[in-house]
Design a protein around this ligand. Structure first.
Ligand SMILES: Nc1cc(N)c2c(=O)[nH][nH]c(=O)c2c1
Ligand SMILES: [Zn+2]
Length: 375
């Protein structure tokens, strides 16, 4: 079967092994490594599709669980699919809903057939299975859909992780069988296994044998130390096919994006830029700035003197601090715009460093300026 998703490997950085590529989708082709802004409920909070396009966003992410609950996947299908519903004509990736079940619902019962849990909005009993997760994503019409998996808590015992990985592999097979639109939507498998190299190997082998058009690495960015994430990536990405895209789920911060790219990751998503933007924290080339701090009350410089985004070209820290302190919506629009722009532009710089075979040098320079420790 021809996949609607194709990964083109352009070059590998001689200094680090990071990959420069192009992700070809039914809604356009986009360079990798890429950052995908998260639009949980069919909107990247406070930003318009036009603003996302002008900053260079290619693929955005929406959450299957949340859209299933509100407004319901049938309504979105009637609207002609998620692209039409939210007026976004570039790439869309939807996750499977499994992660939200584990992160939002305090009651849940995992069975072989699926997961029983409660609606986090009204407490109603719900059931999600591999088949249901694929049915919803088929209705949403996203370009990339994710297999239904279990993302175990961190830390988890080896015994628990082993039985979870084996079930996630069986669920992946069921997802492939349930997928009704394989020539329009690329289904990615999700590698699990926690911090256990043997289980990551088992999970990767199971999924690669099923020949997915792309692979996600799950079970990270769930509270583990950065060193654990980096170590898991070091022994997991080499298990995946070089000609398929690799997607690190739920990541992340500037340092994790750079370190993930160095370890062979092509795609990232995270709520971080809009989430911290809503409480007035911004990422800048000199590190994080908490704009509410009194020190910015008379600071008439831009959020980031090295940023050329709409926010930084037109507004000052003092003005944005005023808006945030007064709960003016325009304030979080400006911080969210800058933060998403910052991560999208960071990935542009990462791609350029790969072209010039100097991503390690770029990492060291960026970490120095941003204030990250360098080991
Ligand atoms: N950090 C993570 C974010 C996520 N959205 C997911 C997911 O959707 N599935 N599985 C995962 O392991 C996972 C991890
Ligand atoms: Zn800016």
């Amino acid at each position: 079967m021809t996949s609607p998703i194709r990964f083109e490997l352009i070059k590998t950085c001689k200094q680090t092994g990071a990959r420069l590529g192009v992700l070809h989708t039914p809604h356009g082709s986009f360079e990798t490594p890429m950052f995908m802004p998260v639009g949980t409920l069919a909107t990247v909070k406070t930003l318009s599709p036009e603003e996302l396009k002008e900053m260079g966003a290619g693929v955005i992410l929406s959450n299957t669980y949340h859209l299933w609950l509100r407004p319901g996947h049938e309504i979105i299908k009637e609207a002609g699919g998620l692209h039409s519903f939210m007026n976004w004509d570039r790439g869309i990736l939807t996750d499977s809903g499994g992660f939200q079940v584990f992160s939002l619902s305090d009651f849940r019962k995992i069975e072989e057939e699926g997961v029983y849990f409660r609606n986090h909005l009204n407490g109603d009993k719900l059931f999600l299975s591999p088949e249901k997760a694929i049915e919803i994503q088929n209705a949403l019409g996203s370009d990339i859909i994710m297999a239904f998996d279990e993302c175990p808590p961190y830390p988890a015992t080896y015994e628990y992780m082993k039985q979870s990985v084996e079930r996630t592999s069986r669920w992946a097979e069921r997802c492939l069988k349930a997928h009704k639109r394989p020539d329009e939507q690329g289904l990615f498998g999700i590698v699990q296994g926690g911090e256990f190299e043997g289980l990551r190997r088992q999970s990767a082998q199971d999924l690669v044998s099923l020949d997915f058009p792309g692979y996600a690495i799950g079970g990270l960015s769930v509270g583990e130390p950065k060193e654990v994430m980096n170590r898991v990536l070091e022994f997991t990405t080499p298990l995946l096919p070089v000609n398929k895209p690799r997607y690190l789920m739920g990541v992340g911060s500037p340092d994790s994006l750079i370190d993930g790219a160095i370890r062979g990751i092509d795609m990232f998503d995270c709520v971080l830029p809009t989430r911290i933007g809503r409480n007035g924290t911004v990422m800048t080339s000199q590190g994080r700035v908490v704009i509410k701090n009194a020190q910015y009350a008379r600071d008439f410089s831009p959020l980031d003197p090295n940023c050329d985004c709409y926010t930084c070209r037109n507004y000052t820290r003092a003005y944005i601090r005023h808006l945030i302190k007064c709960d003016e919506t325009f304030g979080i629009r400006l911080t969210s715009y800058h933060n998403v722009y910052f991560l999208i532009k960071l990935m542009e710089q990462v791609r350029q460093a790969i072209r010039e075979d100097r991503l390690r040098d770029f990492r060291d320079e960026f970490f120095e300026r941003y204030g990250f420790n360098k080991p």
